[in-house]
Design a protein around this ligand. Structure first.
Ligand SMILES: Nc1ncnc2c1ncn2[C@@H]1O[C@H](COP(=O)(O)OP(=O)(O)OP(=O)(O)O)[C@@H](O)[C@H]1O
Length: 521
């Protein structure tokens, strides 16, 4: 179900599906490792009272060192400190002079900006916050009353970036759901249970999930806050407000722009998933948890264990025949594409500075994840070139003319007929304008390129003769001169001129196309 809260800026030209020149993912897929960033949280108020020992340290922002508590039984098992390497280690434990403190802005700069860029370039992208309960996942993703987290920052920046792209039409859609005890609930809907299904290409989707079109950052933040309020949380022994569910916010971005290089309208569609997982946790009967908390805990653990199993298989470079148990949990099923498919994915592994067991387990989990390579490609469709559009309109016009003549013969001179005739008239004008636009741009491009080429040849020959090396005479300096001539030959004088031409052509066609598209709609 799609709910449109506001008419959006995007109004694509309607073409027959059959005539669409679809070239989805025209660029070949490439391998892209899942990026892993670790964040160490500060001590919490109740922890400071006990002044526990800090067990972690970071070294050159890429490695994190974990050592067991002095004199603990584990100190015998793990005699030496454990060292792990990741894309980035962010230190939010304390403000010490030797290590820069990572605040919410740092997380945005290190993770958010890149994911935003990927999304705008047409790649599916995903950020997953993983870690034990109370390690700072929700703080990192959503933020606090005082400071925005990654999700609101990304959502706000997204519209700033889209607004800057003056030659692009865009549409942004948002959905937000949680997985609680292996069931899916719409955080922006009535709260009823939803079913997960698979389409014909075996891509899972959630039936009847609300998807909202949003046209500015305030709308998206409003939805985000509404969904966040609906999320299932409870107090646990480790966190006053613990998320008892996995939440997934999906932002889908559709962009349409004219590509002067191919003379076609290009459509990019990508989605950005922002995932805040429920915390992994150990619990024992003596924790005194009630039945609901225990059941929640075991379901959370079950889905995280499945996630771990899937990630382990994927990290071992499976072949086509390997069965990957995505469907063993709703979480892995719905994240299938992001952990083993077409998605640029980043995991933020959140760790507590004082818990050896859980931090070790998170860092091992993160290490496995960092070995996974996804196959990513731009989700791009070259929709229609001007030539294609002209051809299509001509075909349609012929059919309509036939229709009109039949209607005339049947003497039904009604409104319908008049509308058809008006439409054919409009088509004639449209075809003329498209043909004109195409010929002007083609002509302009080729004539300027020809001039540029001529200039290039002249330039080359005058440079070569200026540096001409005498056939006879001393050899001194001959090699240097020859090198210089070769260098001049390899100089690309055409490219910068081509760039200027491309801009010129783009401006011209965009103006025409924009006006025409508005007229048609
Ligand atoms: N980098 C940080 N700076 C300041 N406070 C933090 C930071 N990270 C976490 N906290 C605080 O630690 C507490 C626990 O964090 P949070 O609720 O984000 O943990 P969580 O991993 O989402 O836990 P759960 O899995 O139980 O939901 C919160 O009070 C939060 O404000």
């Amino acid at each position: 179900m799609i709910k449109v809260t506001k008419r959006t800026a995007l109004s694509p030209v309607k073409l027959n599906a059959a005539s669409k020149q679809e070239t989805r993912g025209t660029e070949a897929p490439h391998q892209d490792s899942i990026k892993v960033v670790v964040r160490v949280r500060p001590l919490l108020e109740r922890e400071t009272e006990r002044s526990p020992e800090c067990l972690v340290d970071i070294d050159n922002y890429q490695s994190i060192i974990l050592r067991p508590r002095i004199n603990s039984p584990l100190a015998r098992k793990y005699r030496e400190a454990q060292k792990f390497m990741f894309s980035k280690c962010l230190w939010s434990y304390d403000r010490r002079p030797s290590v820069p403190y990572a605040n919410q802005n740092t997380v945005f700069t290190e993770v958010g900006l890149e994911m935003l860029e990927n999304t705008l370039n047409g790649f599916n992208s995903c950020v997953i916050a993983y870690g034990q309960t109370g390690s700072g996942k929700t703080y990192t993703m959503m933020g606090s009353d005082e400071e925005d987290g990654l999700i609101p920052m990304v959502c706000k920046q997204l519209f700033d970036r889209l607004d800057q792209q003056v030659d692009t039409k865009f549409q942004v859609k948002v959905s937000f759901f949680e997985i609680y005890q292996e069931n899916v609930y719409d955080l922006l809907g009535s709260g009823s249970k939803l079913r997960v299904r698979e389409n014909s290409k075996r891509v899972p989707f959630i039936e009847n999930l609300n998807e909202y079109s949003v046209s500015d950052s305030q709308e998206i933040v409003k939805l985000l806050n509404k969904g966040f309020e609906n999320r299932t949380t409870a107090e646990t022994h480790l966190n006053k407000q613990s998320s008892r569910s996995h939440s997934i916010l999906t932002v889908t971005v559709v962009q349409e722009k004219f590509d002067p290089a191919t003379g076609s309208l290009v459509r990019l569609e990508s989605n950005l998933k922002l995932v805040d997982l429920a915390g992994s946790e150990k619990f024992v009967a003596s924790d005194g948890l009630d039945k609901t908390r225990q059941q929640e805990g075991s379901r959370i653990n079950k889905s995280l264990v499945t996630l771990g199993r899937v990630l382990t298989i994927l990290s071992e470079k499976p072949n086509q025949k390997t069965v990957i148990p995505y469907r063993d949990s709703i979480l892995t099923w719905l994240l299938k594409e992001n952990i083993g498919g077409n998605s640029k994915t980043c995991m933020i592994a959140c760790v507590s500075p004082t818990d050896f067991d859980e931090t070790l387990s998170t860092l091992r989990f993160a290490t496995i994840t960092s070995r996974i390579e996804n196959q990513v490609q731009v989700n791009k469709e070259s929709q229609f070139s001007i030539d294609e559009m002209v051809k299509q309109f001509q075909l349609e016009k012929e059919k309509l003319l036939e229709c009109i003549s039949e209607l005339k013969q049947s003497s039904s001179t009604n409104d319908h007929l008049r509308k058809l005739e008006n439409y054919v008239q409009w088509q004639n004008d449209y075809i003329d304008t498209l043909t004109f636009t195409n010929s002007v741009t083609q002509k302009q491009l080729s004539s300027t390129l020809r001039t540029a080429q001529k200039k290039n040849v002249l330039l080359m020959s005058s440079l070569v003769s200026a540096f001409k090396v005498p056939e006879s005479g001393p050899n001194e300096g001959k090699d240097d001169l020859n090198k210089l001539i070769n260098k001049l030959h390899s100089l690309d004088v055409i490219s910068p001129i081509r760039d200027i031409e491309r801009d010129l052509q783009s401006d011209l066609v965009m103006t025409y196309s924009a006006n025409l598209i508005d007229d048609v709609m």
